[in-house]
Design a protein around this ligand. Structure first.
Ligand code: SAH
Length: 353
């Protein structure tokens, strides 16, 4: 049993079952035992590998897309270049390297990283050191400055705590984490008078589980509000789909799926992102699969250019990385890009028909 499991069981004995959102928040960000507070989850040695860690092409292409959008919007001065949930800082480091040659871009950019984990902030500082840029760290997306906002977030929304609801013959109940036979176990609340007001709840058939991520809605509303007021572009990249897909809570431990209740604090916990209620918060948006967006941003040409100076194992792994980012059976179609824009703004790069 993990130390956090013991703490959570005591909390449940004292105060009753907790929501899945409370469980997730404790598992990921508990100050002493949380997964992101104690571990280095990313990369080959960790529990999972993310797109920016797979290849520098990911950050280069999305960085240039943000810079192009900034140019298309008239190169506003004093803008925010932000990333939410930067992990090891690789994506922002690649963005800064790729956009160094874009005239004026970095000179007027205020680089902001939204990161809750002090441990990861230290890694991000190290990753950004070669760029010479000193970022501002914020705890919450809601605290982003009032300025034009060019923001990227990869696998950030999937880490925000979800609640789960289940529709039975007598109405909606919330799935909770309680105790059974001396272990953590899922259970159900009494029927609820009220559930969140998003489309999935209105159309769900009896028996279905619907997820709701209020922190994601609040974060996206804050991003959308800045873009509506000042212009900009928000690129939200994550796995998920359009409309809640039932129970998608998953735990990853040592590159393998794990029971979400088995190793609290020692496994990564995520849920698929339900993009529909998030898109509805933006003045305008476009939505497509990661593979299609990277193709339109020119990943084939960039991959070929990089391949020219490679041989042997490096070339093999570069070709595999290209495939992994774009192929429909790899990350190409499971991962989506939701681009938030101002109403009547030019179509963002990577979304042209
Ligand atoms: N974008 C990175 C890392 C994704 S992991 C990559 O693609 O490799 C999720 C990141 O979000 C971590 O940096 C984690 O510490 C951060 N995070 C998770 N929950 C958060 C929250 N509520 N507020 C701010 N950051 C959070």
């Amino acid at each position: 049993m993990t130390p956090l499991a013991r703490l959570l069981m005591q909390r449940i004995r004292d105060g009753g079952p907790i929501s899945i959102a409370d469980y997730m928040a404790e598992c990921l960000l508990h100050p002493v035992h949380g997964y992101y507070t104690t571990r280095e989850p990313f990369g080959a040695a960790g529990d999972f590998i993310t797109a920016p860690e797979i290849s520098q092409m990911f950050g280069e292409l999305f960085g240039l897309a943000l810079a192009q959008a900034w140019i298309d919007q008239g190169a506003p001065g004093a803008f925010t270049l932000a990333e939410a949930g930067p992990g090891r800082g690789t994506l922002m480091a690649d963005i800064l390297r790729a956009t160094r040659a874009v005239p004026g871009f970095q000179a007027v950019a205020r680089v902001v990283l939204v990161e809750a984990s002090p441990r990861l902030r230290a890694l991000q500082a190290r990753a950004l050191a070669p760029s010479g840029v000193t970022p501002l760290w914020l705890d919450r997306v809601e605290d982003l400055p009032e300025a034009p906002l060019f923001l990227i977030a990869n696998e950030f929304l999937d880490a925000l705590p979800i609640r789960q609801f289940q529709l039975g013959p007598d109405g909606w109940r919330e799935r909770l984490v309680g105790l059974a036979e001396g272990r953590l176990a899922f259970g159900l609340s009494d029927p609820l008078a009220k559930v969140p007001d998003t489309p999935a709840f209105q159309t769900a058939p009896t028996g279905s589980v619907v997820e709701d991520c209020a922190p994601a809605r609040h974060a996206v509303a804050a991003i959308a509000a800045r873009i509506a007021r000042h212009g900009g572009l928000g690129l939200l990249i994550d796995y998920g789909g359009w409309r809640s897909q039932g129970d998608t809570l998953q735990a990853l431990h040592d590159h393998a799926f794990d029971n979400p209740l088995a190793h609290p604090g020692e496994a990564d916990l995520t849920a698929h992102v339900d993009f529909e209620p998030l898109a509805a918060l933006a003045p305008a948006y476009v939505f497509d699969a990661q593979g299609a967006v990277l193709e339109r941003l020119g990943i084939a040409a960039r991959a070929e250019q990089l391949a020219r100076s490679m041989t042997g194992d490096a070339l093999e792994s570069h070709l595999a990385a290209h495939r992994r980012l774009t192929h429909p059976e790899e990350m190409g179609s499971l991962f989506k890009v939701l681009a938030l824009t101002r109403a009547a703004a030019p179509l963002p790069p990577g979304f042209e028909a």
